[in-house]
Design a protein around this ligand. Structure first.
Ligand code: ADP
Length: 479
């Protein structure tokens, strides 16, 4: 197996800076690819969190003026990862969330910031950084998606390109008047180029110019080629159907390992689930819920947004609270929904617990201590929390969309069920799925079998990394 060099380009990476599943993938995939003979380096912006995490670094190059300021490219070891860091303080030297300022508004220069990231990826992709000359440039989401466009318009011999769509809802659209500032030629502003509904579409450009397109589950790969799921890009994706593949995400099974998890009170595995009961009690205590083992404890770990369908869960609370069910929710996002969940917790303190915020350790405890994990998303490219739930023996109750459809085996359909699926995504259907789960929960041998099935599911990166490695080799060969 010949070695192949891949530049992975992402705007966030676990464990250094994370707003969602993209960071998990960007953090875990390069390590998994190593087993497949792929040498992957990840390029990320030098946010303060990244610069502070640098353990040692070599400066590869320096530019006195790159997208408006002094910029350096560093090869760094950072949070245990080998990274290429784009150190451009005028663009990335801002603390907190990578995309929005402290008042919650997008940084007004996001177009320029992430064009700079993409441009650096393209510079590396044409061989301008001798320390790392990749065969493939693999870009993630809109923030890196201009790289294939820059490579195209460079008219130089270049690396092959792969783009992965982690969420089609985030497309990166910016006014056309930045075209010159970000160094794209006037002729790029056409329908066959970067133009998108009169503006510059970063994700659109990536989908237009990358050699291959992947997304994070086979079902989502189909959904995004339709008018309904395509969010304005369905036509383009459908036209490129031959180049679109769905490859499921995995999770890092050493980070998510109930047999050795520092964030849960007692270890457990499929042969001995006693530690789950301890975690459940601890979870009930942390959320102020009544410490009852007989109650079915539902967990939620999520961004609170329209996509995640949590308004449906709120709406079906009155129905499910009639049964012996509790809810522990950890999340943040939409202020209105946050308030409504907190009001529900105040109204039913023994049954509903809500923590607004982001807390990795608590997420682990919820996976270990909840009986079932609810993911009622309206759309879900892959979803990671249900994969963690499977590994921890918390039974996923999920909507029948995207990667949720592909990773959970329904109790009524499978001989080896691992969860409950419902669709279409409505309050009534969610309530019904929760009731079905409650009935199964009351039948302890049946529930135990489902937990064993869930915990036997392969949610690791190994097979998935091989699919990426095969794809890189195909693209490299075809060039
Ligand atoms: P998305 O990327 O759409 O937010 P995913 O399910 O793909 O959804 O990934 C979400 C990741 O973020 C998971 O690893 C999940 O555990 C984590 N996560 C989401 N919300 C929180 C939170 N409030 N606290 C801790 N972890 C969270």
């Amino acid at each position: 197996m010949s070695s192949i060099r891949v530049l992975s380009v992402a705007s966030e990476i676990y464990p250094i800076i994370k707003t969602g599943g993209l960071a998990d993938v960007a953090g875990a995939l390069p390590g998994a690819l190593k087993q497949e003979g792929v040498e992957a380096q990840t390029l990320i912006p030098g946010y303060p969190a990244v610069m502070e995490a640098i353990e040692r670094a070599d400066q590869l190059l320096e530019w006195p003026l790159y997208f408006g300021g002094v910029t350096r490219l560093l090869k760094a070891v950072c949070g245990g990862l080998d990274l290429l860091v784009l150190d451009a303080p005028h663009l990335f030297g801002r603390p907190g969330n990578p995309y929005v300022s402290s008042d919650g508004a997008d940084w007004p220069d996001n177009g320029v910031r992430f064009a700079a990231l993409s441009r650096m990826a393209a510079d590396i992709g044409v061989g301008d950084v001798p320390a790392f000359v990749p065969d493939i440039v693999h870009v993630h989401d809109w923030q890196a998606a201009l790289a294939p466009a820059y490579l195209h318009y460079s008219h130089r011999r270049r690396a092959g390109t792969v783009i992965t769509v982690h969420n089609l809802a985030y497309q990166g659209k910016f006014p056309r008047d930045i075209l010159g500032e970000i160094g794209l030629p006037p002729e790029s502003f056409t329908m066959q180029g970067v133009e998108y509904y009169g503006e510059i579409g970063f994700l659109k450009a990536g989908l237009q110019f990358a050699d291959r397109i992947t997304t994070v589950s086979p079902t989502y790969a189909q959904e995004i080629q339709s008018d309904a799921g395509g969010m304005g890009l369905g036509g383009l994706l459908h036209a490129r159907a031959r180049d679109v593949t769905g490859i499921l995400n995995g999770i890092d099974i050493s980070v998510w390992n109930p047999a050795a998890d520092p964030d849960i009170p007692a270890p457990f595995d499929v042969a001995d689930l006693a530690g789950r009961a301890t975690a459940k009690l601890e979870l009930q205590r942390r959320f102020g819920l009544e410490p009852r083992s007989q109650a079915m404890l539902l967990g939620v770990i999520s961004r609170i947004s329209w996509q995640k369908g949590l308004d449906l869960l709120l709406e079906c609370l009155p129905a499910i609270l009639g049964e012996d069910i509790q809810l522990a929710l950890l999340g943040s996002g939409d202020p209105d929904l946050q308030d409504r969940f907190q009001a529900a917790a105040q109204a039913h303190p023994a049954r509903v617990g809500v923590m607004i915020g982001y807390d990795e350790a608590l997420a682990h405890l919820i996976q270990a201590g909840s009986d079932a994990l609810v993911v009622p998303s309206r759309f879900e490219p892959c979803g990671l929390t249900q994969l963690c739930a499977l590994r921890y023996g918390s039974i996923p109750i999920v909507s029948r969309v995207g990667g949720l459809e592909d990773t959970v085996l329904d109790a009524r359909e499978s001989d080896t069920p691992t969860g409950f699926k419902f669709g279409p995504v409505t309050t009534d259907n969610l309530a019904q799925a929760i009731r079905q789960a409650a009935a199964a929960f009351a039948d302890r041998p049946r529930w135990g079998t489902m937990q064993a099935n869930a915990m036997a599911t392969d949610v690791s990166w190994s097979g998935r990394a091989r699919r990426y490695a095969d794809l890189y080799r195909e693209v490299a060969k075809s060039r």
